[in-house]
Design a binder for this molecule. Sequence first.
Ligand code: CP3
Length: 347
Amino acid sequence: MSQADRILRACRREPVDATPIWLMRQAGRYMAEYRALRKRYSILEIIKTPDLATEVTLQPIEAFNLDAAIIFADILPVLEGMGLLLEFVKGDGPVIHNPLRTAADVETLAVRPAEETLHYTLTAIQQVRQALDGQVALIGFSGAPFTLASYAIEGGSSRNYVRAKSLMYEQPQTWHSLLEKLSSTVGDYLRAQAAAGAQVLQLFDSWVGALSPADYREYVLPHSKRVIEIAKSEQDVPLIHFGTGTSGMLPLLKAAGGDVIGVDWRIDLAEAWTRLGDDVAVQGNLDPVILFAPVSEIKKQAARILDNVKGRPGHIFNLGHGVLQHTPVEHVAALIDFVHEYSARDG
Ligand code: CP3
């Protein structure tokens, strides 16, 4: 069974020879190869130059025994295509220079096809697919409407989302019109990534756990649902629906859609799966900080997760959120090999 088959089968809850594993943010600053390239190019230059994006996507594939690659991109360039001015400021993270505050701001946002605005990522996907030659699966991704709206309204990262939530409660019509534009754009972007060769899609709603379940249902769920419907409208590509801090709203995430639900480390994976039900696969859920612990502890915690789901078909091993900067590379290698060895099954 190829590594690509392993993860594609797990998405469909079919038996596999070993639990597939990939890591969110598996390419990035914890790797010397990435830091070397970043000395010469900004992150946006890498993302917008297909040869560079291809090279970075393949760095962790060459270094580790991963079952999937994730295309090197970011969730925020999609906002540039809509008319927002994005910059990654050293030390401060992403900044949007013209954040959305009023109904008039939302009116000006453009909804354009991904082939026009994000062609560089679509080209990179074609190149990576060719390089991987069917051995390792390729994952495409996008930010989800809520998480993107939070950056577009706050103008950058946020702790409490006061501006985003205020707009949601004070101007619900403006909120829904913004999320409609985002869901059309993001759905189309995911559809285009599948058309370009992405074999699995992940929708990152990283910050949606900031909402109460009732607010998620009212203000977000219909829009995320629409994204997933558009994404799958041309091809039946498996989709992973990911968020953090979502223990109290897992069934709502599932109701919005996805073949696989991403789970963070704040809940036992078996408990999450019980809340979700049998008819969906799960991804997760090691705390990224465990990768700073001694290898013996990493193995203990990874084994606990694998024991927790007892080889039940439909588990993709991952962290509960992205690999952190300064994570020891040899710990990442040890985790990946351990998951394969410990979960290896006959057949
Ligand atoms: O997973 C992968 O290997 C693919 C690459 C990837 C990046 N960003 C590259 C990146 C992916 C999947 C993302 C998703 C992303 N980007 C999310 C959702 C996932 C998550 O972590 O919750 C979010 C919220 C963003 C927005 C973003 N991009 C922030 C807040 C930052 C700055 C914070 C930081 O870590 O520095 C980025 C920059 C970014 N995107 C980096 C990378 C490798 C690091 C910046 C650099 O190289 O200078």
